[in-house]
Every structure is written in C-alpha cells, then in structure tokens.
Design a protein around this ligand. Structure first.
Ligand SMILES: Cc1cc2nc3c(=O)[nH]c(=O)nc-3n(C[C@H](O)[C@H](O)[C@H](O)COP(=O)(O)OP(=O)(O)OC[C@H]3O[C@@H](n4cnc5c(N)ncnc54)[C@H](O)[C@@H]3O)c2cc1C
Length: 291
C-alpha cells in the first residue's frame, strides 16, 4: 500500500508522490468534494462546507444554510418523494427555521467576526453567525491525469462508466462518487466490488444497476403533530405511494414512519428490497425508500 497523492501517467502506470508503479488494471475511486459556488464575496470569509461543519463545538446562535438535498435540506429533499419535502417543510416551520425556497444567493459579506450576511436575488438580506454551504458535490478528477489514460468525463466532470464500471480507457475502471451514479456509501461499496471483480476476471459479468439500489433518508423524530400524507400500497404490497399519486409516475416506496430507528429503517430497507427481488424472480421498477 502506498499512501500519497496519485496521478495517472498512462493506462498502465500511476505515480504516487513521485514513485511510479505499473498495474494491469486501474480503478479510480477518488470521490467528490463540496462545490464552492461562484457567489461574490463567499470565499472572502470563513463559510462552512459540509466537510468542516462537523468541527463546530457549540450550537451556533444562528446558521444560514445554502443549498438543497439531504445535507442542506433546503429546496427540500428534491430527489425524494414530494410528500417527504412537505413533511420536512412542516417540521422546519414548527422549529422556527425560515425557508427561502427558490431564492438565489447573489452576494456574501462578513461584516464582523462571527457574522455573515447573505444577499438574495430578491434583494432581501439575511444575517447569521455561520454559513453552511451545501450546494452539492463535485468530482475529484482535476490533476489526476485522466486525460493521459484517455478516461472520458461527462459535462459535470464525473468519470463516464458503463454498467460494468469500465471507463473509456481499456483496463481502467471507476467506482463510487467519482462516477456520479449514486452518491451513497452502500452504492460506492457495490460499485467497488463490481469494478474489482470485472477488473480481475474476463468476461466481465457483473453490472451495477442504480435502479435496484434502495436508499433511505433518515430524519430525527418528526413528532406526533406532523401531518404525514396517507400512503397506499400497490397491488403487490411492495410499492407505497402518497394516496392519490399515480403509481406509474411515483415509483417511490415508503418503508417506515416517524420515529423509526436507524437500525429498523435499514432492516426494513434491506428486507423489502430483497423480498421484492425474490417474489417472482424479477426486480421491480426503480423505487426508492423514504421516510
Ligand atoms: C456530509 C455528507 C453526509 C453523507 N451522508 C451519507 C449517508 O448518510 N449515507 C450514505 O450512504 N452516504 C452519505 N454520504 C455520501 C458518502 O460519503 C459517499 O457516497 C461515499 O463516501 C463515497 O465513497 P467513495 O469511496 O466513492 O469516495 P470518498 O469517500 O470521497 O473517498 C475518496 C478517497 O479518495 C482520496 N483521493 C482523492 N484524490 C486522490 C488522489 N489523487 N490520490 C490518492 N487518493 C485520492 C480521498 O482523499 C478520499 O480518501 C454523505 C456525504 C457527505 C459529504
């Protein structure tokens, strides 16, 4: 094992901090890093990316959060069932969290120590003690030397792979977040196994199927007084939708209700997923799990 910063020199050669090593196959799994959006003034002060927000040792007096998805939780959980966003919006409102959905930050200032001021495109100004920037990940591919091996990337910079995790360069595979497929630990783990299996064995039999991979977005207990949309089960009992939603266009599966523990949610996700797979030997249409 070599510890250090790797750079690809060709399809068969990598350099780690000056030490060159040859390899029959390469797997690139360099992950992602948080995007720093090009907002005027943002980089002039100590904003918090999702990597360092965990270093805070005290609960801040106030926190401004830029960004969507499960990390920022604004534009709420855009990849989940819309009903899940409504539930989270209710909880946030009850907790006194102000939501400015659809607003764009245009300018950031740090007028005093422990103060950050964000100007939105509607002219409003928001002040807080800290600013968490969680607008999404960007792949770690710059400076890796991918071009010297002929590894292609998509328009967002993620490494293009086929279902066997092979890249456009012969003998070079990629796995995990850097492929931009499904940015989850369990998906990265699965992609890594597939890439390693295919790299070492011919013919390459194993495929990664994102649509078979469930995920769960965990929240803290959302409380008894939160209105959770009524869910209806599909005929096979495996797909649950908000009542009235079209099963064909709303392929999400809700597995658990408020208060479900992490352990129980994971157990349910696994159980439902594999039950579905075993039921008639085929896998269901893409579905996701959300609480
Ligand atoms: C705040 C946050 C919360 C998350 N929560 C969850 C969650 O609850 N559940 C979930 O499933 N997923 C979660 N994720 C996503 C999860 O962390 C990723 O899907 C997972 O880490 C991807 O694994 P990876 O191996 O592809 O990349 P990474 O874990 O990013 O690992 C990449 C590694 O490559 C190294 N590297 C990069 N460039 C080089 C180089 N040139 N030479 C040598 N080494 C290099 C990096 O230092 C790093 O160690 C979260 C992510 C974030 C940011």
């Amino acid at each position: 094992m070599l510890e250090g910063r790797a750079r690809i020199r060709s399809e068969r050669r990598v350099e780690v901090d000056g030490t060159a090593i040859g390899a029959g196959r390469l797997i690139v799994a360099t992950g992602t890093k948080p995007v720093v959006p090009p907002i005027e003034g943002l980089a002039d002060g100590p904003f918090l990316p999702s990597e360092t927000v965990w270093d805070l040792t005290r609960v801040p007096a106030s926190l401004l959060v830029l960004g969507g998805g499960p990390i920022g939780c604004a534009r709420l959980l855009g990849k989940e069932e819309p009903a899940a966003s409504e539930v989270i919006a209710q909880v946030f409102k009850r907790d006194g969290i102000e939501l400015r959905l659809g607003a764009k930050a245009v300018r950031v200032r740090y007028p005093a120590p422990d103060t950050v001021r964000v100007e939105l495109d509607d002219g409003s100004i928001l002040d807080a003690q800290h600013l968490l920037v969680a607008v999404g990940p960007t792949p770690v591919t710059e400076g890796l030397g991918l071009e010297s091996a002929g590894v292609g990337r998509d328009e967002r910079g993620f490494i293009r792979t086929d279902e066997r995790m092979a890249t456009s360069a012969r003998g070079v595979f990629a796995a995990g977040d850097v492929t931009g497929r499904l940015l989850f630990t369990h998906a990265a783990d699965e992609m890594g196994r597939i890439a390693a299996g295919n790299a070492l064995r011919w013919p390459m039999r194993r495929r990664f199927r994102a649509e078979w991979t469930p995920w769960v977005t965990f929240t803290r207990d959302i409380g008894e007084d939160t209105t959770v949309p009524e869910l209806t089960a599909s005929a096979d009992g495996l797909h649950w939708h908000p009542a009235g939603a079209d099963a064909a266009t709303s392929p999400h599966m809700h597995l658990a209700g408020p208060g479900t523990s992490l352990r129980e949610g994971k157990r349910l996700a696994r159980e439902r997923f594999f039950t579905a797979r075993l039921a008639d030997g085929t896998l269901p249409q893409p579905y996701r799990c959300a609480i």
